[in-house]
Design a protein around this ligand. Structure first.
Ligand SMILES: Cc1cc2nc3c(=O)[nH]c(=O)nc-3n(C[C@H](O)[C@H](O)[C@H](O)COP(=O)(O)OP(=O)(O)OC[C@H]3O[C@@H](n4cnc5c(N)ncnc54)[C@H](O)[C@@H]3O)c2cc1C
Length: 229
């Protein structure tokens, strides 16, 4: 399959939101939270990179949230794409999907790790008996809280959804949470040990959060994660 870029825009410095379509199919089937793999011949080598879909199923369209990795290869290729350009793509895959929306859950993301949660949060909350969901989102600066307005509107609409951005480099004017996501983990889970915790982002954060949860007595099956590196 080929994915054709329709449009893209800047979410924050070095972070873009992309809208693609797959002209070969009428409907791109996937579960919210799954990823697509892009392949391209770059510098004479076939390179494959997975990307979490940051949108709900919508005909043959899908969205991505990507950051430009300075020393990387594929992210540069994607950031240089122009509307109408195509990239080779494999069918959506992955097990990082909502399991039981009637069970309380915490979603933890840093940076572009927010991508699958932009699809999984509405998926979870669309269940008529959805339990409480907390989205803990760690970033450096206030101006890079991607999708902030969207998640805030969502929290206003769903009383069982809490959106908790936390900044590691806040301006003095910021009155919200500060520090890394790890600092707010206990506040999010309280005394409960019967919830699912989904984690997405770079390895260092994911491993750290997993270790904290294991130390608190969480079972392996309750900790579901996607590592980007
Ligand atoms: C299941 C899965 C889903 C993914 N979804 C996304 C997504 O939705 N958005 C996204 O931007 N990336 C995502 N990634 C990462 C993506 O596949 C690439 O690794 C990334 O675009 C860098 O590719 P590159 O060729 O430019 O750099 P590479 O040469 O692959 O990587 C260079 C270095 O950058 C680090 N790195 C990898 N990904 C990131 C990142 N996102 N931010 C900062 N450093 C990184 C790696 O540790 C590596 O050392 C996902 C990875 C996996 C495994």
């Amino acid at each position: 399959m080929k994915a054709k870029l329709i449009s893209s825009y800047e979410l924050a410095p070095q972070v873009h939101h992309f809208l693609f379509s797959v002209p070969d199919v009428e409907q791109l089937h996937f579960k919210p939270g799954q990823f697509v793999s892009f392949n391209e011949l770059l510098n004479g080598k076939k390179i494959t990179r997975p990307y979490s879909i940051a949108s709900l199923p919508d005909g043959n369209r899908f969205e991505l949230c990507l950051n430009l990795v300075q020393e990387g290869i594929f992210s540069h290729f994607l950031f240089e794409m122009k509307p109408g350009d195509s990239v080779e793509m494999g069918a959506p895959l992955g097990f990082f999907v909502v399991r039981n929306p009637t069970k309380e859950a915490v979603f933890i993301a840093t940076g572009t790790g927010i991508a699958p949660f932009r699809a999984m949060a509405p998926d979870y909350l669309s269940h008529p008996h959805a339990a409480q969901l907390t989205l803990l989102f760690g970033l450096r600066y206030e101006n890079s809280i991607y999708y902030r307005e969207e998640f805030e509107k969502f929290a206003a609409k769903h009383s069982n959804f809490r959106f908790w951005p936390t900044l590691s480099r806040p301006e003095p004017s910021w009155t919200g949470r500060t520090g890394h996501v790890q600092v707010h983990l206990l506040e999010a889970i309280g005394d409960r040990r019967d919830m699912d915790v989904f984690i997405c982002g770079l390895k260092a954060m994911v491993d750290d959060v997993r270790a904290i949860l294991k130390g608190l007595g969480f079972d392996r099956k309750q900790i579901i994660f996607e590592k980007y590196d």
